[in-house]
Design a protein around this ligand. Structure first.
Ligand code: 5GP
Ligand code: SF4
Ligand code: MG
Length: 468
């Protein structure tokens, strides 16, 4: 859960990066940073939101025609400024700056090996491994170094780097996380999502392909293919479309808003309800609730109002605080729900604690019946590829039946979108009937496209990650 941005060939590269990061703020609120320069690179990072980390003065200290930026989300233990990206390192080849969205599954292994041979790590992030691997490659060109380094890493990565007056962008061979290419005047821009391009008025060109590495420098834009990408099927993260990306973005070539709306339409077909009104859980549930209401022929209304002055409630690590978080963030509109049979549409149900609060809130505001509809399948497995879903033990659907979950959240009925339904809305059903062609949906199915690190047990990898 991070946002990355890169720009090459603009007089005020750092300022553009700063603006771009604003449009990627939803991808991470723990820390933000920019590295900018030409041959000499300078860095400013800090904890908190983009608007709080930068001001006129700090941006003024980041001259140069190229820049990369990062917004970071992290688990509780590793939320410290030394892990704020982009990282900037000096090695025998010069300076290299790197920003990463994703999660490497063999980082622990690689790190142990590197430390055993003398590497000294400055952060507890998996991203630093890539730079240490680059430093060991007996080549001068940073692109060759990076390609050689990436041969050894497994997992999810969308990276942007600055090295040797070059902006480099690369996606892992499965393409778990998004990365798009745009044009801004004579220069090139890279971003996790097109939302950043709209803000800075850049033109969207295309997505970086899975397993593709692009280089923007004074010679223009060049493209390379990672050798490891040959046999790797595309596995774009379906959860980007379900929840994570911004609805005004295109990711993996598709409108996030339309994808969510179609999921809502399909949900209405699969899980109808007799009701007077359809309301979304804002903001993430809005497009799918619109799709549901249209298809069901039930009026759509805003029965919950979201305060925009509180961050996402997942930011707070402890359940005890989360409970308050929901009430801080959402309040019911009595005049919409009083005396009504209400369908509440949300994009996903993870722990169930938010949904339980919402159902209680709606009943207290007079709702006669509350039918909860989720525009994704049950979240049954943790993610190891860069989305911070909780451990398996905290995922309510991992150990409870539909009836048990409905009883826990105290709704009158509960219905999820099927996996097949979700994938058919994305056009991801193969000719041979394979469901989910081109996508990762491991958090819904438990089928992990890239095997997890040493030990094989997902929980182990995750605990290690939380601890550092
Ligand atoms: P729950 O009812 O499981 O406690 O919370 C469900 C809500 O959490 C949904 O509204 C969904 O949009 C949101 N959600 C799902 N996954 C994530 C995540 O990874 N991060 C954050 N911040 N919210 C999430
Ligand atoms: Fe996305 Fe889920 Fe796969 Fe993680 S496990 S990459 S959240 S689809
Ligand atoms: Mg939500």
């Amino acid at each position: 859960m991070c946002g990355v941005f890169g720009i090459h060939g603009h007089d005020e590269a750092a300022k553009i990066a700063y603006l771009g990061l604003h449009a990627l703020q939803h991808r991470g609120q723990e820390s933000a940073g920019v590295v900018a320069g030409d041959r000499t690179l300078r860095r400013h990072v800090g904890m908190g939101l983009v608007a709080d980390v930068f001001d006129e003065k700090t941006l003024g200290r980041l001259p140069g025609a190229a820049a990369i930026g990062h917004t970071r989300y992290s688990t509780a233990g590793s939320s410290e400024v030394r892990n704020a990206q982009p990282f900037l390192f000096e090695y025998s080849g010069g300076s290299v700056a790197i920003a990463h969205n994703g999660n490497l599954v063999n980082a622990e292994d690689l790190r142990n090996r590197l430390e055993a041979s003398g590497s000294i790590f400055q952060t507890s992030s998996d991203t630093e491994v890539i730079v240490h691997l680059m430093a060991k490659v007996p080549e001068f060109d940073p692109v060759n170094r990076l390609i050689a380094a990436l041969r050894q890493v497994q997992g999810a990565y969308s990276l942007v780097l600055l090295a040797d007056d070059k902006l480099i962008g690369v996606r892992d061979p499965h393409g778990f996380r998004p990365l798009v290419i745009g044009r801004l005047k004579d220069g090139y821009v890279l971003s996790s999502e097109t939302s950043a391009f709209d803000l800075i008025e850049a033109e969207y060109i295309r997505d970086v392909e899975p397993g593709e590495l692009v280089v923007a420098d004074n010679a223009g834009l060049r493209s390379f293919k990672l050798a490891t990408s040959e046999a790797a099927p595309s596995r774009f993260c379906i959860f980007e479309h379900v929840y994570f990306a911004r609805p005004d973005s295109l990711v993996n070539g598709k409108s996030v808003y339309r994808a969510r709306e179609r999921m809502g339409t399909r949900l209405a077909e699969e899980q109808p309800a007799i009701a007077d009104v359809v309301i979304p859980v804002p903001d993430s549930g809005v497009p799918s609730a619109i799709g549901y209401a249209k298809r069901a022929g039930i009026p759509f209304e805003m029965g919950l109002i979201r305060s925009h002055y509180v961050g996402r409630t997942f930011i707070e690590p402890q359940d005890s605080i989360r409970h308050f978080g929901v009430r801080l963030k959402l309040s019911p509109v009595r005049s919409v729900v009083d005396g009504k049979r209400v369908v509440v549409v949300d994009d996903s149900l993870v722990r169930g604690t938010t949904s339980r609060k919402i159902v209680k809130m709606l009943r207290a505001a007079g709702a006669r019946e509350v039918h909860l509809r989720i525009s994704a399948p049950p979240t049954t497995n943790p993610c190891f590829y860069g989305i911070d879903t909780p451990n398996r033990s905290e995922l309510v659907a991992a150990s409870h039946t539909l009836d048990e979950i409905a009883r826990y959240v105290t709704c009158d009925s509960l219905g999820y979108l099927s996996h097949e339904g979700m994938m058919s809305t994305m056009g991801a059903i193969g000719e041979d009937g394979e469901v989910g062609v081109g996508y990762c949906s491991a958090c819904f199915t438990g089928v992990y496209p890239v095997q997890l690190g040493k030990g094989g047990d997902g929980e182990l990898v995750r605990l290690r990650r939380n601890k550092v």
